[in-house]
Structures are given as structure tokens and as C-alpha cells.
Design a protein around this ligand. Structure first.
Ligand SMILES: [Zn+2]
Length: 403
């Protein structure tokens, strides 16, 4: 018999517990429950109840539950944790991508194209667009998604982006410091004052995180420090777009300020790698960006060898990485960045959870949120082995079967 949550409203039917059995290969990311860093189990079962994993173990020892789901020998893993995405925007940048693939270089300035389209959109349009991307990601196995502002760049437009994002995910990130707003092109210091003042005041109630694009053409180290420390003073936790297009101070700043994550990490000195390895700051790699800008990939092996925690994420945005597919990122990380399939799957699940400081997701263990991805494949390795093939067989989010 299952014990149902006491939070179920009177009169509504209690959600049944479910036994998922016949799991050919189970990625738990819980080394106490299985072998290797993925905590792998074969011929396994999982019981979920009231949105939570309540039991994990061998199929032959599984307890009874209200309902039974036969995985048919396929692979079950934690839902993907996409810890870096920019999903509140309007319009697209097809022409820019087409031009880039015809030989033009990527620069941070292209962001302003999306800013103009986003400002012109209604709340309803932005909300519908965001809902579509969250759904699109869910259908590919992503059960947790972070979402940044950064295409409004006015007090009102940044605040509404975060207000809309907060309706879809608790992982909302204030990125007023994405690029200098066009109105402040001749006064970047004035824009930093706005981002650290009135704009922060308007955005902080809807945001968990504060982020800054620390890069040539965006914000330098001093400006980035001002943005992050102002956010911290308002109770936000920092994460940083760091060292994407060039070497710079972003990674060191992220580590110094105790950021949850330094994202991109494409151009790292030995000191940067050592700083990440010696800290709790996750190195979040975003291979969709290098893919879509035809740039050199970050050196994942160097980070892993040093002992840094690595996450993989989509960076889904209309300019430099218009993919919501974590499976695609895994395949690219394995083929182009030297990660093993196990490392890439770990980075896309447990790594992302670490980058969002979420102990309840990115693993399948008693007490974890029941976010599960069933693959139409016998092993998680197929995510890299069968690139571009839709392998999602079923997804549960907080115990609810979504597809
Ligand atoms: Zn980004």
C-alpha cells in the first residue's frame, strides 16, 4: 500500500503510486545505489509516489504500488537539467545564422536584434513563446529549465521578462547585464548604474539568480563585479557568462564571488581551470553555442582531469544556440569535446542540478523529485550513439506522466 501525501485537496482523487519496473538500465546518479559515477543498475525498478521517488532497487525486490508501468527493458534516467537558457524573447535570427554559416563572425552585438523584437512583443506573445520552448524541451526529456531575462534591457522590459519566466520555472535569472542597452551606447557606466539600481529593484522579486555577460563587447571585469555584488546584496545568487569568446576575468570573478556556475568556459588559462577545480563553482559547457557559431569547443577533458564539476546545457537562445535539445548537446560533447557518454549524461543531469544548487533533481533516489526520462533505447549511451534520433519514450515531471 502506498501512503499518499496529506497535501491532496479534499474531494480530489489522490494521485496513485506507480511502480516502474522492467528497467533494463537505470541511471541513478546515486553512487550508493549502483555502479560507477552514474550509479548504474540493471534489471531495476523505481517506485514514485506523490511526486517523489520513494524506492529504487532490483526489480525482483520491488514493493507493490497502485499502478504498474513496464519499461520493457529500456533505459531510465533522471530528467535533464538545463541550467542555462534564454527563453523569453520574440522573433528569430535566421538571417544572421545564415550569414554566419556563409562566413561572417559572431559578435555579442547581435543580441540587440532580439531586444528590439522582444520589446515590441506583448506579454501574451512572450508567455506563449516561452511555454512553447518549455514544452519543446520537455518532449526531449528536460524536466528542469533555467530561464534568463536579458532581451528587454529597460526596467519595465526586464521585470516583465522575469515575471513571465517565473510563471514557468523557479530557476529565473536576472540578466539585465546581457549587453549595454542601445539607449546607453555612449554611457555604459550609466547603464551599469541602472542595472545595479532601479532595474535590480524591479527584477529581484522575480529572480533567484543574477548573471552578467563578462566579455569584450559586453561588460568588463569591474562592471561585472558591480552587477554581481549588487545582485548578491539583494539576495540573488551569482552565475556568470564567462570566457566564451576570449580569455578574461569572468571565471576568476565567478569563483571569487562563490557563483554557482561559470558558463561557457571556452577560453581558460591554467589558473582559471585550477580556480574552478578548487571551488564549488560548476563549469557549465554549452556546445550548442560553438556548434552554431562554428567556433572551437571548450576543453572538457582538461576541466574533468583537474577535478572541476562539469555541467552541459543548451544555452537555448535565438542568436548563438537555437536548440532546446540536451541530447544533441550530449552527442556533441561526446563526439567533439572528448567526454565519455557517461560523463556527458552525468553533466546533463547531476551536473546541471549542481549548477542550480538543486539537490532534489538530477538523480533518481529516494526523496528526489520524480523527474524521469524513459528512452526508446536499452542504454543511456544511445543518446550519443544515435545522434539526432528522437529517443524519448516517456517523461514524468514531479511524478506526473507528461508524455
Ligand atoms: Zn547564455
Amino acid at each position: 500500500m502506498s501512503t499518499h501525501s496529506t497535501t491532496v485537496a479534499p474531494g480530489s482523487p489522490a494521485a496513485p503510486s506507480t511502480l516502474i519496473t522492467g528497467i533494463g538500465s537505470l541511471v541513478t546518479n546515486d553512487t550508493a545505489h549502483g555502479t560507477g559515477p552514474l550509479g548504474l543498475l540493471t534489471d531495476a525498478a523505481v517506485v514514485i509516489d506523490a511526486g517523489t521517488v520513494v524506492w529504487v532497487g532490483p526489480a525482483g525486490a520491488a514493493p507493490a504500488a497502485d499502478e504498474r508501468f513496464d519499461a520493457g527493458g529500456r533505459a531510465l534516467l533522471p530528467g535533464f537539467v538545463d541550467s542555462h537558457a534564454h527563453l523569453v524573447f520574440a522573433g528569430d535570427r535566421t538571417a544572421e545564422f545564415n550569414a554566419r554559416m556563409s562566413g561572417q563572425a559572431y559578435s555579442a552585438g547581435g543580441i540587440r536584434t532580439t531586444v528590439a523584437a522582444t520589446r515590441a512583443a506583448t506579454d501574451a506573445e512572450l508567455d506563449a513563446n516561452l511555454a512553447r520552448f518549455v514544452r519543446e524541451a520537455l518532449h526531449q526529456g528536460t524536466t528542469t529549465v533555467e530561464c534568463k531575462s536579458g532581451y528587454g534591457l529597460t526596467v519595465e522590459d526586464e521585470a516583465r521578462a522575469l515575471r513571465i519566466a517565473a510563471g514557468h520555472t523557479p530557476e529565473t535569472t536576472y540578466l539585465g547585464a546581457h549587453v549595454v542597452a542601445p539607449e546607453f551606447a555612449d554611457d555604459p557606466a550609466g547603464y551599469v548604474d541602472l542595472v545595479t539600481g532601479e532595474m535590480l529593484d524591479a527584477c529581484a522579486p522575480y529572480a533567484r539568480w543574477v548573471d552578467v555577460f563578462c566579455e569584450n563587447g559586453a561588460f568588463d571585469g569591474d562592471q561585472a563585479r558591480a552587477v554581481l555584488t549588487a545582485g548578491v546584496a539583494r539576495g540573488l545568487t551569482p552565475r556568470v557568462h564567462a570566457n566564451q569568446l576570449s580569455y578574461g576575468p569572468g571565471v576568476q570573478l565567478a569563483v571569487e564571488l562563490g557563483a554557482a556556475s561559470a558558463d561557457h568556459c571556452t577560453h581558460l588559462t591554467d589558473e582559471d581551470v585550477a580556480a574552478l577545480a578548487g571551488s564549488a563553482t560548476v563549469a557549465t559547457l554549452l556546445p550548442g553555442a560553438e556548434f552554431s557559431t562554428r567556433a572551437a569547443y571548450p576543453d572538457a577533458r582538461r576541466l574533468l582531469a583537474a577535478g572541476a564539476t562539469v555541467a552541459l546545457s543548451t544555452d537555448c537562445n535565438p542568436g548563438s544556440s537555437f536548440t532546446s535539445s540536451m541530447a544533441f548537446c550530449i552527442a556533441v560533447a561526446v563526439r567533439e569535446m572528448g567526454m565519455t557518454p557517461d560523463e556527458a549524461v552525468h553533466a546533463a543531469t547531476a551536473g546541471g542540478a549542481r549548477a542550480l544548487r538543486r539537490p532534489d533533481v538530477g538523480l533518481i533516489a529516494p526523496g528526489a523529485r520524480a523527474d524521469l526520462l524513459l528512452l526508446d533505447a536499452p542504454s543511456h549511451v544511445h543518446l550519443a550513439y544515435r545522434p539526432g534520433v528522437p529517443l524519448t519514450a516517456a517523461v514524468w515531471r514531479a511524478g506526473v506522466r507528461e508524455l
